[in-house]
Design a protein around this ligand. Sequence first.
Ligand SMILES: NC(=O)c1ccc[n+]([C@@H]2O[C@H](COP(=O)([O-])OP(=O)(O)OC[C@H]3O[C@@H](n4cnc5c(N)ncnc54)[C@H](OP(=O)(O)O)[C@@H]3O)[C@@H](O)[C@H]2O)c1
Length: 322
Amino acid sequence: MQYRRLGRAGLPLSALSFGAWATFGKSVDRSMARDLLALAWDRGVNFFDNAETYGNGVAESLMGDVLADLRFPRDSWCVSSKVYFGAQEHPKPTQRGLSRKHVIEACHQALARLRVDYLDLYFCHRPDPDTPVAETVAAMDLLVRQGKVLYWGTSEWPADAIVEAHRVAKENHLAAPTMEQPQYNLLHRERVEVEYAPLYAEYGMGTTIWSPLASGLLSGKYDDGVPADSRLAHPDYAWLRESVLGEHGERVAKVRRLRPIADELGCSTAQLAIAWCLANPQVSTVMLGASRREQLEHNLGALDVLPKLDEAVRRRIAQAVE
Ligand SMILES: NC(=O)c1ccc[n+]([C@@H]2O[C@H](COP(=O)([O-])OP(=O)(O)OC[C@H]3O[C@@H](n4cnc5c(N)ncnc54)[C@H](OP(=O)(O)O)[C@@H]3O)[C@@H](O)[C@H]2O)c1
């Protein structure tokens, strides 16, 4: 495993980490969750990502139960939660958003579900137009001072809202956001590469990036249709289909064009796509998702592909998916 600092913070996160969205409590039952977390930890993964909304709290309870069972030393791994969407199917107004009330209560609930005394990373899952940024920053600062959260960050916030959070934090001597959690993959680059470009040097922000395979698309599994046991075949994720595959399947066509390059490098398109994310030095950790052991095992192999991605190869890859 390779370890990278979370932006300018001192925390060393494994370059490949592991998340629970759309899997834990759905396609992944307790026994599989145990296998996956054990495999990840064995291979040096030290960051497990979660959120209040994943399975309406079920994913966090399952992860907490398995981590307690596995008994890895608490100081050898990091766990996250995210607040915003709520942990109910239909949250009441106070059960969602980024008000001081919900940020604090959601933290306490995540601590209970994950069975930990503190969250290593805690994210605002989306911006909340109904709450002043200053209120959210102050709530996060309070949790940091109480030792319930070690690093707080944002997820899919526009760059100007992140800048505003830093301004408020600086002016009021409060803890500022350390990291952002954006989508980043070969088919979704703009925000990480262009919109956030000024944030890295100015504020030392790290990134924990999500959907490195665009929900599995970049593995090539959708090249010939939607397999019955895949994420996009699951009724809960029907809403994802068009955005992942493209209105006329044009995103599938791009993935097919990656295959000859992967063949040349002696790897799969999944490993190629993950290694491509790792090649961006602004990426602190690439969060993997997996519904089976073989997938995680295979995807962890992306680290061996990284040295093969010199500038010329990266240019060819980018051209193939243009
Ligand atoms: N902050 C946010 O808003 C946000 C949003 C989304 C995700 N996340 C985080 O990011 C993590 C990773 O995102 P993601 O799950 O979308 O990542 P991803 O790597 O794009 O997709 C993972 C899915 O692709 C399929 N897959 C993975 N490896 C494969 C392989 N080698 N061959 C064939 N299929 C393979 C599996 O689904 P199937 O087997 O079911 O097809 C797996 O669950 C999440 O768990 C979550 O923690 C955060």
